[in-house]
Design a protein around this ligand. Structure first.
Ligand code: IVH
Length: 667
């Protein structure tokens, strides 16, 4: 036993260190594959030895399926915000005030103002015990489970850390991850996030931590609070925190004069685009902590710090027209075409409008003089109009009633911002969009077929439905322009190879609205073959923790469509993977035994327990009957189940007992 514990401990510290190298230092020293192998090893050992469970084990980074409404927590010290300044004079005023109050030389630390969402992290004896959002500054949401999935946040500290510590910082979503996430959202018919800040804040409040684990979040810390160490300066505390394993920005600078401060501002105003994440200004802090204490706080802000907000660069232009783009799921997105205008170093011609609500709020008219703004964001947005400059007779922009591509009346679902074209089978961009999605890398990954080939095959009437790919013959392709024998052969081979793509990716490739990569995996796990999924009722779908009404309805609608059913049947007959591949069980400890689980459990989510039972040869039943061998009972189990189990003499066992059953026979 001691041996196992040692092995687990070693794996945990090894993986903690690799996480730190990868996510904090950006300097991985082992391959991803090696990392995955070690992680799997640890997961297996932890499953076999629940007595050594640790809520801060690296395995907890993957999140779980438990859905949550957040508990409220009162901050030990209120999370104040900073007073804002917007111009040079206000910064001079801040400096003069400090000079007067302190009446001795002082240093200012300039830091970047990260544009995300504030977080408070509490560590006890080096372990992360709680993470909370700012909320109203006094009370915030307990988002610990979600925050644990962010790899750059240490779950265990290293070095000489204080026994009790609060770290504050910003959870951000780097731009590259933000763009990828938005592209995925647009792909599946979701409205994209307006900016990385909203995406970070929204991700942190997701109900399922396994969904959060998929979001590209990062965290930079900028404030150390502890009674256990007497730091002299703020920069000292940051340097220490770096040694404990936190990601601290390397871009802070000590300034001794007001000119140094302006140099820092000018430098970053110009260079902010070179950072991988958004900043919306600069923060100035008095470095000496005794001085900070002397200056104290007002009701809302510290007196020893202030922020300077970059002005979002604005320009005026004229709205020429609105283009309406139809995506593969039929969502119609308006895009504003404007007279070209110089803005923040680039020429801007188009601005995104996201949906009809924005057009209504702005009361846009064609020919209007519009104010475009480019904050930290890459895509400029229209933030206002100058009504006085509206030309005589200008027509208000009206969202079209019919699809600009196929003329079908558009529909808008109650409570949703988007308009859809319902002509799934006859609207060209929807058809080609679906075909392109099907062959794309994360779906069937048919590399030999790109967008242009799809368009060409569609034009030549060789494909119109995704199952048509599997009807293509070498001769069909040889007749096409630009197809030599070799490239035609490549296409056919790619199509053939795709028959091996596993079931969850096939589900994603079908292009069911709102079913992205993650949702497809969740659905595949809950319904291990396509027939089960196609026959699932809405209630059954809603029983899955991560599946809400919108996704459930979308799945129901997809399989209610005869055209789709025909396609799915054809794909199955062509030999595509339409069921979860059989897994070799971890052990046969529970072979021949059937289980029902009920209630909530201390160490595992219900889905995890289900998986454990099945991986060890047991069978899951949905209801108690005379065939049930065990009822695994957690907290808050319904009295009816308990009564039924007693009546039928079904043994009632705890989570721990289940683990014993698994471990006794498991090697
Ligand atoms: S210090 C008591 N430093 O800006 C001082 N804040 O209104 C605590 N922020 O809510 C804040 N970058 O979320 C500080 N380098 C930085 C920051 C920063 C971003 C955010 C923070 C805070 C808001 C200020």
């Amino acid at each position: 036993m001691e041996e196992v514990k040692k092995q687990i401990d070693e794996l945990r510290s090894f993986l903690h260190a690799q996480n730190y190298n990868y996510y904090v230092l950006n300097n991985p020293v082992i391959s991803d594959q090696e990392f995955d192998m070690k992680m799997k090893e640890l997961q297996a050992l932890e499953a076999l030895h629940p007595e050594f469970a640790d809520p801060n084990s690296p395995t907890q980074r993957v999140g779980s399926d438990i859905s949550m409404s957040f508990a409220q927590v009162t901050h030990e010290r209120p999370m104040l915000s900073l007073g804002n300044t917007y111009n040079e004079q206000e910064i001079r005023d801040f400096w003069l005030r400090l000079d007067k109050q302190l009446a001795r030389p002082f240093e200012i630390v300039c830091e970047l103002k990260f544009d995300g969402t504030a977080i408070s992290l509490i560590y006890e004896n080096g372990e992360l015990v709680r993470a909370a959002t700012r909320g109203n500054g006094v009370v915030g949401d307990d988002v610990t489970r979600n925050v644990k999935t962010i790899r750059s946040i240490p779950l265990k500290l290293t070095g000489d850390y204080p026994a009790r510590l609060e770290m504050r910082g910003e959870i951000i979503m780097p731009r590259a991850g933000f763009e990828a996430l938005n592209n995925q959202r647009i792909e599946i018919g979701e409205i994209p996030f307006a900016n990385p800040r909203n995406a970070a804040a929204g991700s942190l409040k997701l109900q399922s931590s396994s969904m959060v684990a998929q979001r590209p979040l990062d965290c930079i810390l900028y404030y150390v609070l502890t009674d256990d160490i007497d730091f002299e300066t703020h920069t000292q505390s940051l340097d220490m925190a770096k040694n404990w394993g936190f990601k601290i920005s390397p871009h802070y600078k000590l300034c001794k004069s007001i000119d140094d401060i302006f140099d820092y501002i000018n430098h970053w105003a110009e260079k902010r685009e070179t950072l991988p994440y958004d900043i919306d200004g600069i923060v100035f802090k008095v470095n000496n902590l005794a001085m900070q204490q002397e200056l104290g706080f007002t009701a809302k802000n510290p007196r020893w710090a202030i922020s300077y907000k970059f002005k979002a660069e604005q320009a005026h232009s004229r709205l020429l027209s609105i283009a309406y783009q139809v995506g593969r799921t039929g969502v119609v997105t308006p895009v504003a075409n404007m007279e070209p205008v110089q803005l923040a170093g680039t020429v801007v011609r188009r601005a995104s409008l996201h949906n009809a609500d924005i057009i209504d709020t702005l009361q846009l008219h064609v020919g209007d003089t519009v104010v475009v703004e480019k904050g930290g964001e890459i895509i400029p947005k229209i933030v206002g109009i100058d009504e006085e400059l509206r030309p005589e007779g200008a027509q208000p922009v009206e969202f079209p009633k019919v699809c600009p591509e196929c003329g079908t009346p558009l529909v808008r679902i109650e409570g949703e911002a988007a308009h859809y074209c319902p002509n799934i089978t006859g609207c060209k961009p929807q058809i080609t969009g679906r075909l392109i999605h099907f062959v794309s890398r994360k779906a069937m990954n048919i590399e030999s077929i790109g967008e242009e080939t799809v368009e060409l095959l569609f034009e030549r009437k060789l494909i119109s439905s995704i199952s048509d790919f599997y009807r293509l013959k070498l001769e069909d392709l040889l007749y096409l322009d630009g197809f030599a024998y070799k490239s035609a052969e490549n296409v056919i081979r790619g199509i053939e190879e795709s028959k091996k793509v596993p079931y969850p990716r096939v589900l994603f490739a079908l292009g069911i609205r709102f079913v992205g990569e993650t949702t497809a995996k969740i659905l595949a796990k809950a319904f291990p073959n396509i027939t089960l999924l196609a026959n699932a009722s809405k209630e059954q779908l809603l029983e899955i923790e991560e599946i809400g009404d919108r996704i459930a309805q979308s799945v129901i609608d997809y399989f209610a469509n005869l055209e789709n059913l025909k396609t799915v049947t054809e794909l199955r007959d062509f030999g595509l993977q339409m069921e979860q591949s059989a897994k070799t069980p971890d052990s046969t400890a529970l072979a021949g035994k059937s289980f029902v689980i009920s209630g909530t459990f201390a160490n595992h989510s219900r889905d995890e327990l289900k998986e454990l039972i099945e991986n060890n040869g047991g069978k899951m039943l949905s209801g108690i009957s005379s065939k049930t061998d065990y009822l695994v009972a957690g907290e808050n189990m319904g009295p009816a189940k308990l009564e039924k189990a007693s009546k039928l003499n079904v043994p009632i066992i705890s989570e721990d007992k289940l683990m014993d059953l698994i471990n006794n026979t498991a090697k």
